[in-house]
Write a protein that binds this ligand. Structure first.
Ligand code: SAM
Length: 209
């Protein structure tokens, strides 16, 4: 939790209740410990996709499709990578039932390999794969974004450990150092203008200049 508990609770209260399919996905994620975006982060993805009029989006880390659903509901067509076959199949099923099958291209493929096959010109990119690969995916993603395109990354505050530098749960000293380096590389990147938001587990928002 990044914010004071009362603030978190109030923001949760202000976040739209999920419809039946999204509610099922959230229950599935919680039951099986699958790390899906928090509802406030999902709402942010949806608003940013809609606000920027993003038509083509690319995502690293589909899991069971929650963030994919939000980006697609924001109006984007989403190409998304996942290496876990069971999660990839579940995402396909949920997104079909949500009426979004035509808005998504779910690929069961390593993201590093997949991103290398794409042509540039994407309006929006969402990085939410393995945290140790964020830095490695950054240059691939920047190269795929059109000028003015939006880069988003989740978990950039990793339960606050990015700030406190105190290991907590899965966030070891090594993971903390990697995420801090990733956050700095966004801010220092010559082609990006970046801000970090304390939404959910921390979301980086950058625009390619
Ligand atoms: C944090 S979860 C994604 C959550 C999803 N974006 C959401 O919020 O609904 C990260 C996912 O990345 C997947 N993953 C791990 N390594 C990967 C790789 N090399 N390429 C693509 N996906 C990968 C994991 O299996 C996991 O399901």
């Amino acid at each position: 939790m990044i914010l004071a508990p009362a603030v978190e609770a109030y923001l949760a209260e202000l976040t739209p209740a999920p419809d039946a399919v999204l509610g099922e996905m959230q229950t599935h994620g919680a039951r099986e410990g699958i790390p899906i975006v928090q509802p406030t982060t999902g709402a942010l993805l949806e608003v940013l996709a809609a606000a920027t009029g993003a038509m083509q989006a690319v995502e690293v880390g589909t899991a069971i499709g929650v963030s994919t659903l939000h980006l697609a509901r924001g109006g984007a067509h989403v190409t998304s990578y996942e290496i876990d076959a069971e999660r990839h199949a579940a995402a396909g099923d949920y997104l079909r039932r949500a009426g979004l099958a035509k808005r998504v291209d779910l690929r069961l493929q390593d993201a590093t390999e997949g991103l290398a096959e794409l042509d540039p010109g994407y309006d929006l990119a969402f990085i939410d794969g393995p945290k140790n690969l964020y830095g490695g995916h950054l240059e691939q993603i920047v190269a795929l974004l059109r000028p003015g395109g939006l880069l988003l990354a989740d978990n950039v505050l990793i339960s606050g450990a990015a700030a406190t530098q105190e290991p907590i749960a899965n966030w070891t000293a090594e993971r903390i150092a990697e995420m801090r380096a990733f956050n700095s590389s966004l801010v220092e990147h010559p082609e990006l203008m970046t801000t970090h938001l304390p939404v959910g587990d921390g979301v980086a928002v950058a625009v390619r200049q």
